[in-house]
Design a protein around this ligand. Sequence first.
Ligand code: BG6
Length: 511
Amino acid sequence: MPTPVLLENPLRQGLSSGRTAPPCSLVIYGASGDLTVRKLVPALFELYEKHLLPVSFNLIGISRSVISDEDFRKKLKDFLAKAKPQFSEAVWNSFSQNFHYIAGGYDDFKVYQALSARLDELDEKNGTMGNRIFYLSTPPNVFEVIISNLGAAGLAKEDKGFSRVVIEKPFGHDLESAKELNVKVREVFKEHQIYRIDHYLGKETVQNFLVMRFANSIFEPIWNRRHVDHIQITASEDLGVGTRAGYYESAGILRDMFQNHLFQVMCLIAMEPPVTFEANAIRDEKLKILQAIRPFDEHSVKHLAVRGQYGPGFLAGQKVPGYREEEGVNPKSNTPTYAAIKIFLDTWRWHGVPFLLRSAKRLPKRTTEAAIQFKEPPNLLFKNNLNTLTPNVLIIRIQPDEGITLKFDTKVPGMTMEGRTVNMDFRYGTSFAEGTSEAYERLLLDCMLGDATLFIRGDEAEAAWAALMPVIHHWETTEPETPFPNYEAGTWGPVEADNMLERPWRHWRKV
Ligand code: BG6
């Protein structure tokens, strides 16, 4: 019998497992900050436990606080020991043996020279082969100075091994500053060395958009304006601004959640199939979506975008303060903590289909999801059941309770022709033995492997800012249409957001 020829599907190549990173050193700027302690090091520890970290691995933390290597390790360990139910001291000790710390100002060139010498020494001692990743987890105002100093110290060169830079969000404050930052980074690093992070792309369920859409054939024929009525993307948070008022006051919800996370999710839902599963092929398609966003103008922005700010209210039975009463917030602040935007994509596939994007702080619960609502059948036969039948909706739950639900109508058992909407459910938690990984695990590993698929390219970052700037500009130069605060903490946001849906069958989902 002839051996069957198995056809290689290029889209399946990306589904491979067995990924162990090559030897390397990771340098974290902003090493004493929250992100390093709460996210980056725990993610590295998980990778270590899963045997996905290279055998030779150095971590060098850099920040301004003057502490010893020992204090640095202790701070990281104390957090993990509390946060992780089965924390093992022995595993930690072997994991952290190559952790080091350098105290110094980000503008002090001597610190970069010291770093360069230390990296050479560690390469020699631990066999890390000159492979380096520089992770900028600092406030954005020092990104440029760190990058230019890395360049001046010769640390961006790839003569011995690879040199990569990871840039945390926010990538710029507006279109102009994002363009400037791109220019500055590219003066030192080439695009293939630059990893602009958006942790949403590292979420298992967000990556699943690609597999769901392009490894199945049943969705594609209905994934367009002929069958889809509208799409809702919601990222609701129950928390308030917490201790981040300093940053949030100048960012607001559009910069914090839309320019990056929500736009990226929209791109993955809306993009055309890429020609291969390569980083640039995927990013080319995402870029086209960002460029297809119908431009907002002074007139359209008024009925396509609704802003809000939370006042005092109740969450889980507890009284919580309004945004203006939070520590560090200007008591007259007009910073939006809620936004709902109706976006049209001027493409053949999506012409006329609204993408309704919504995100806010202090809503009743923390949920992130995308819901694709399909059109009603052309001729409704079951007119007596109009109150119990609803249009089909495919809901992709990004977090929590990760999974997918399809809502469809079915007959209630019995002698009458009564219909009701039911759910068909897929849950990660019950379908797979392994839990979903934290976003930073995947992203750190991908960066070590040189896979930029889940990172944002410079032109994407600029296109996202370009699309959003008219809304940001309008909101920053005009008073809110209804005086802030205009929604109570613990409620679903300002009522004005309901009016933007325009059609009686469109409702914001109470997720
Ligand atoms: C961050 C924002 O990027 O994402 C935060 O700065 C927000 O304001 C957070 O709370 C939400 O992330 P996640 O993973 O909890 O949905």
